[in-house]
Design a protein around this ligand. Structure first.
Ligand code: PA5
Ligand code: NI
Length: 187
């Protein structure tokens, strides 16, 4: 175990102080995620923008610890599908807590059978039960940012989502985000 500590959240950037590793996911890192492959390739071969960033506190991913991270998903769409995280399953099934900090988004959950959608906004706690794969989506026009707290030995399985999908895709609609069946063709 490490010593007790406080971590300061930096609202302007989504950074943490003190900070552990900071991850940046560009369009080129998100192969196979968006339904519209041609639109994804165009974005990758063009500006290859940063889609999301993940700042971590210094708490290690070790049994018994509770690491924290802050994810910032930048606004945008690919072929009408909102910017989103890769999504993962915890190979050691354990729960996780998200807390909305700024912007508007959602938490898409999938247990392999049934998808669920939790709208997220500042002040909302989203709970991910053990066994539910999870992906975050920015459904607004500004950065969507949230805190995650998870057991240090939960692990991250990204292959599960590539194999099983997430049940739904989240597309920009006229007013509200549209949840469409995952395997449907790009519109
Ligand atoms: O712990 C979590 O679930 C989050 O911190 C995610 O790891 C983060 O939002 C990035 O998503 P992903 O790990 O699916 O790329
Ligand atoms: Ni997780």
């Amino acid at each position: 175990p490490i010593d007790p500590m406080s971590v300061t959240f930096q609202p302007a950037t989504g950074g943490m102080n003190p900070s552990g590793p900071v991850l940046s996911r560009r369009m080129s890192d998100l192969e196979g995620l968006f339904a519209d492959t041609a639109a994804w390739q165009e974005a990758r071969d063009g500006a290859d923008p940063v889609v999301y960033e993940v700042a971590s506190s210094p708490v290690p991913e070790a049994p018994g610890e509770l690491p924290q991270s802050i994810t910032t998903i930048h606004p945008g769409t690919v072929g009408g599908e909102f910017h989103m995280t890769k999504g993962h399953q915890h190979p050691n099934p354990q729960g996780e807590i998200y807390f909305g900090l700024s912007g508007t988004g959602g938490l898409l959950l999938f247990d392999g059978t049934t998808p669920k959608w939790i709208p997220m906004a500042p002040g909302v706690i989203g709970y991910i039960p053990p066994g539910w794969a999870h992906r975050s989506v920015n459904t607004g026009d500004e950065p969507y940012r949230f805190l995650a707290v998870y057991p240090g030995d939960a692990g991250h399985d990204y292959g599960w989502v590539l194999e099983h999908g997430m049940g739904w895709r989240v597309r920009r609609g006229a007013a509200e985000p549209q949840l469409v069946p995952f395997r449907s063709e790009p519109v």
